[in-house]
Design a protein around this ligand. Structure first.
Ligand code: CMX
Length: 134
């Protein structure tokens, strides 16, 4: 298992529109998609930076993962997502190496990608996502 690149960095924000304005006006990036991911209880906005992306995450439910994160820790970097050949297989391999998983198999995430998470308790405090296009 080896990631090809950082697919995206997820950033938890309280107000998606305000954060989009910052990335557009100050950073000069273009928001190319806004998408609600009901399953994850978030609204997302995407910006390309080279071959990686910034994914802004606004919670749609204070009991959802991003709602709870902001309540406990405030806005900020929420997760790092690595592009893998096959997210399900990568999850399986990580588990074999003793990593605690959040998802045992991949599920459908934003942009139609297959995604799955490793638990931050097992990854030095960084919520880690695997993504693949399959
Ligand atoms: N990064 C690092 N640590 C985190 C974290 C994060 N994003 N989210 C929670 N934690 C830590 C908490 O600080 C807490 O630590 P302590 O026990 O030391 O206080 C611990 O994990 C448990 O946190 P919690 O608030 O009780 O939350 P839960 O255990 O209910 O859930 C987690 C935590 C990571 C399992 C859950 O957020 C999850 O399943 N995340 C994966 C899905 C997700 O985040 N989806 C949103 C993004 C979707 C997308 O990209 O489209």
């Amino acid at each position: 298992m080896k990631p090809s690149h950082i697919e995206h960095i997820g950033i938890a924000v309280s107000n998606l529109e305000e954060a989009i304005r910052y990335y557009e006006d100050v950073m000069g990036l273009e928001c190319y998609a806004i998408e609600e991911v009901a399953d994850q209880k978030v609204r997302t906005a995407f910006f390309m930076v080279g071959e990686s992306k910034i994914e802004l995450l606004e919670s749609t439910d204070h009991e959802g993962p991003v709602g709870k994160f902001i309540e406990k820790r405030g806005q900020g970097i929420h997760h790092i997502a690595f592009a893998m050949e096959d997210a399900s297989k990568a999850l399986e391999e990580a588990e074999e190496k003793g990593v605690q998983l959040i998802d045992r198999t991949s599920r459908r995430g934003a942009e139609g990608l297959d995604i799955g998470f490793l638990h931050p308790k097992s990854t030095f405090g960084v919520l880690t996502e695997f993504c693949s296009k399959k």
